[in-house]
Design a protein. Structure first.
Length: 198
């Protein structure tokens, strides 16, 4: 038997590939289930499924609005008092750590895996994403693998973040660059309640 690149496989490699494929298909099926669950207009019901999937977050003390999508939620950690808007994508193919009191607006895409366009096999290039406490990410922003967003930083709407953002800086644009400093440097606020039925 040969792999997709024509390389002959040993019996051990074949068994490993079959087991890996089975696990991948099972995960893909569960991600479809989570996609359906994301249409339920009840935060508590969605959270039960998300936590059962391995996503680490405090029950009813942080919230993910409807229509969220995931890759491997078991690698995702969300702190206390955080609100994630509707239609967000959270990638768990590597570590994704979101801190406390983080506000992520609607339709934000967070990736920690991308294709290596210079790899002969078009392989993957992983990089964990860390979003510290009190960060605000505006609508339709995209955060790419390997990025660390510092405490209290702000990502403007539609920005594409390709590198680390220091604490309390405001970044925007494509690719994102520093715009200014955030005036609030000692945040202690708590986000309001999440919208019901959202």
């Amino acid at each position: 038997m040969k792999d997709k690149n024509g390389k002959v496989l040993t019996n051990h490699q074949i068994i490993s590939k079959v087991a890996n494929r089975f696990n991948t298909v099972a995960l893909e099926f569960w991600l479809m289930v989570l996609r359906f669950v994301g249409h339920l207009p009840f935060h508590s019901v969605r959270q039960i499924f998300y936590i059962a999937s391995g996503l680490k977050m405090p029950f009813l003390r942080s919230h993910i609005h409807m229509w969220a999508n995931f890759f491997n939620p078991a690698n995702i950690t969300i702190g206390t008092g955080t609100i994630i808007g509707d239609h967000c994508f959270l990638d768990g193919r590597d570590l994704l750590i979101i801190g406390n009191h983080v506000n992520i607006a609607s339709q934000v895409l967070i990736y920690n895996d991308e294709h290596d366009i210079n790899s002969p096999g078009f392989g993957n290039s992983f990089g964990k994403v860390i979003i510290d406490d009190y960060v605000f990410v505006g609508p339709r922003a995209i955060i790419l693998p390997g990025v660390h967003i510092g405490r209290g930083a702000v990502v403007a709407a539609g920005a594409i973040v390709t590198k680390d953002i220091p604490p309390f800086e405001v970044w925007g644009g494509v690719p994102a660059k520093k715009i200014t400093d955030r005036q609030l440097t000692k945040p202690e606020y708590r986000l309001g309640r999440p919208m019901l039925f959202q």
